[in-house]
Design a protein around this ligand. Sequence first.
Ligand code: BES
Ligand code: MN
Ligand code: MN
Length: 454
Amino acid sequence: MNLTELIEARREQHLAELCEFLRIPSVSAKSEHKPDIELAAKWVADHLRSAGFKTVEIMPTNLHPLVYAESLEAPGKPTVLFYGHYDVQPPEPLDLWTSPAFQPEARDGNLYGRGTADDKGQVHIHLKALECLHQINGKFPINIKVLIEGEEEVGSVSLWDYVQTHKEKLKADALIVSDTSMLARSVPSITYGLRGLNYYQIELSGPGRDLHSGVYGGAVPNPLTILTELFAKLHDKSFRVAVPGFYDGVDAVSASERKALKALPWKSKDFKKAVGAPDYCGEKGFTTVERLWIRPTLELNGIWGGYQGEGAKTVIPSKAFAKFSTRLVPHQEPKKIAKLVEKQIRKLLPKSVHCKFELLSTGKPWVAAYHAPIFQVAQAALQKGFGKKAVFIREGGSIPFVTQMHDTFKIPCVLIGFGLPDENAHAPDEHLALENYYDGIKAIAHFYEDLASL
Ligand code: BES
Ligand code: MN
Ligand code: MN
């Protein structure tokens, strides 16, 4: 049996095993899921061992464990580091799932469940590609290091320290990641840019306790009203972020990149269908693709306070809260942006409320050239798996580790995504197209194999 035949023969086995991985509710944001996080880390470690890695470690951190494995038995061959994450986003709202989030189900060519696309399904593609390669050859064709973390969805906080204190251990000729998307169905894609992310929370405190809105209303500050006024002022009429200095240093979109992006097989019809809103909006002067991939943004992610239960409760809340984030692009320094945002918020707020401002996580943007020979190897491997030529894209999401690795080691980072933009990552009914899962295993197996001749 050759590599492709082995992968074909194992389709059902691979899928059944992925379902087992998906049934572990490894939600990193919630402490009640700590035991599931531990279980998922152990699951990954066990499967790395059965894939052929002899050195496998589960490393505790201040929050969730990292799983590390290595096989350095190919002298003279390249060394790559594969990175992914075993943690997932919370599944809520549960009632919007067609089948339960942690009971994976195959329907209409897709596998449904939390983590299918982001990122357990994509991590599993690599585990199975490597396992099949190891079985065919009795060893791996190149030197491979693997780092799978459990904090990606909460900002990869422990990872930064780990990278800084284990530079020698993580050193590699290239970083390989599958935690992004394809541009569209049947368009295999390699991502060369991601936006950075600052995540914030603010708490506005007004009255010392909740007040009867009839007895006090009209003569006291309402923190919820003040919060909504504040956010209304953080964008201008052209949908630009109204924070002085926010765009300082941000590059204009170059004519050559604008042309390359326009040539991509990106369809606004698909985009609109995936979004499903009555109308669209965005920063004036930029195409939708540019707004998504190249321009920085500020988004309100959650807002709460006051009464939300059944019926009416006439109350002026003592406090109001918001979670929000800024997506960042090259030359925006995350810490500096956070200072500018805080300064503007404090300037806009009236004296009648106190504001607690927290920066919960930061991550730098990443954009890189894709001239290194490894990108041609990746393109050729995708051709073998999907029968189509891969395109080079940027994306709007964030993976802090990619920038950390790129800045620390100055190595090529090859982001090969198998998700699709409409697969509901972070939302109910998250799914992964089964064809991309199966073709992904083939493409990735060929990729690792072909890297031996680099
Ligand atoms: N896999 C995503 C990042 C992503 C999604 C990149 C789509 C490109 C396209 C990752 O798991 C993620 O969701 N990251 C978070 C950031 C994190 C710090 C919470 C994000 O982008 O919101
Ligand atoms: Mn992810
Ligand atoms: Mn995610």
